[in-house]
Ligand binder design. Structure first.
Ligand code: PFF
Length: 443
């Protein structure tokens, strides 16, 4: 068995983890879900969920990954708790499931980039979305997105993922900052800031059983939790990293990018008189495309905007492909490139139904949000809080050089507060799914 890889640098790990976290969840789903759920009030709930539930859960994943230095399934054996391997298997399945349809959206994004160059969506943004969201060509673009993902993962941790995300993450942030500054110059954009930033809690009060669980699942999705990604990435860490500090950096950067995306999207929509807030995967693409088709430099801006979205989607997709790749490479005598190609092929096939039929796509997403993500995180929390317990505390303390970690506070938060919140999310999510599998999803 070849020696296991490690990150070249600490910042390499942080950027790769941020690359995983920052994705379609931030730039596409987050602003639009904020819009659907009434604007700034949702933003407040989401921020609370990310800090109070997402961060402790992320540290739980880091503890498993770094203590075992193994992939998401073998980690449980490595920690002497072989009988808990089902938790890892469940995370692996969740990641696989999500990546299959995520890649389909990645394909749409490539298409919109091309469409910005040729001006294909100008004039009829709604019609364009209907043309591109399903069908054989959609399958083709899904294949292209998956192929690029496979290409990066095939190169490995330091030469593939670390190198790629070191360029990708700063580019995403710089380009988004540029777009946000540009958005301040749009006349009529002021209402967009108002909508995004000044909360009205009325909606929340009447609709909290939908909004709160969604915000929690959105925090998991956005922070790449419950899909094995953070366990896998932290398994390539050395003992001298301060997990708490890394976790905080990742949550802060991820949230920053989501907010930044909102500061681009909302002024843009309001300036063009496009009403945000209608649900549906299409609304996202249609309203943004409409805004670009009405602006003077719309083509160039469209290429930049969809280019940022594409980079963000790719740096997330590689993290999920890595979850399964690490599992195979750690356990079987198959080379990394062959593994990545083989898995890419299987994932591609699993995504074909979502690429052929948008109803299928919506269902995949609904199941991930309503059931798979909260259940997967719940299992991890039980394991770390109640089974690993003191060992988890010990792991969290490593690399802190005496800086207080608030470890016991974290452990009790994981054991009780976070656990109960996630359990409630799961129950409400499954209930919602049973009532209406097509409406719950965040698309
Ligand atoms: N954190 C990612 C996002 O917000 O887009 C979630 C994710 C989805 C990561 C799919 C990886 C992935 F393949």
């Amino acid at each position: 068995m070849p020696e296991r890889e490690v990150w070249g640098t600490r910042i390499g790990f942080i950027l790769a983890a941020v690359g995983s976290a920052v994705g379609l969840g931030n730039i596409w789903q987050f602003p639009f879900k904020t819009a659907t759920f009434g604007g700034a009030a949702f933003l407040v709930v989401y921020l609370l969920a990310a800090v109070a539930i997402g961060l402790p859960a992320m540290l739980a994943e880091f503890v498993i990954g770094r203590r075992s230095n193994l992939n998401v399934v073998s980690a449980f054996r490595g920690l002497g708790r072989r009988e808990w391997r089902f938790v890892g298997i469940f995370g692996l399945i969740t990641g696989f499931w999500i990546l299959s349809y995520y890649s389909v959206v990645g394909g749409w994004v490539i298409r919109y980039m091309v469409g910005s160059v040729t001006g294909a969506y100008f004039g009829d943004p709604a019609g364009y979305f209907t043309t591109i969201n399903a069908g054989l060509a959609t399958v083709g673009f899904h294949a292209v997105f998956m192929a690029i993902t496979v290409g990066i993962v095939a190169f490995g941790i330091e030469d593939g993922i670390e190198k790629a995300t070191k360029v990708m993450v700063p580019s995403i942030i710089l380009l988004l900052v540029g777009l946000a500054v540009w958005a301040t110059t749009l006349s009529g954009g002021g209402e967009g800031y108002q909508f995004f930033l000044s909360p009205d809690f009325g909606d929340l009060r009447s609709n909290w059983t939908d909004i709160v669980p969604f915000a929690v699942s959105q925090a998991f999705f956005s922070l790449s939790l419950g899909m094995g990604a953070m366990i896998t990435y932290s398994s390539y860490l050395g003992a001298d990293d301060n997990l708490g500090q890394d976790g905080i950096s990742i949550v802060v950067l991820n949230t920053f990018v989501g907010v930044l995306a909102g500061l681009v999207v909302f002024p843009l929509l309001f300036a063009q008189g496009v009403e945000p807030g209608e649900g549906g995967a299409g609304a996202v693409f249609i309203s943004i495309a409409q805004a670009f088709s009405e602006l003077p430099a719309g083509r160039a801006l469209g290429v930049i905007f969809f280019g940022v979205v594409l980079i963000a989607a790719l740096s997330s997709a590689i993290s999920l492909l890595e979850v399964v790749t690490a599992y195979v490479v750690d356990n079987y005598d198959i080379s990394r490139p062959s593994t990545a190609v083989g898995l890419g092929l299987v994932l591609f096939l699993l995504g074909v139904p979502s690429a052929l039929d948008i109803a299928m796509f919506t269902w995949f997403d609904a199941v991930a949000y309503g059931a798979l993500l909260p259940l997967s995180v719940l299992l991890i929390l039980v394991f770390v809080g109640w089974v690993l317990a003191d060992e988890a505390l010990d792991e969290l303390r490593k690399g802190t050089n005496g800086i207080p970690t608030l470890g016991p506070v974290w452990l009790w938060t994981v054991r009780v507060v976070v656990l109960v919140a996630v359990l409630a999310t799961l129950i409400l999510g499954v209930q919602g799914l049973a009532e209406d599998p097509g409406i719950l999803p965040p698309v």
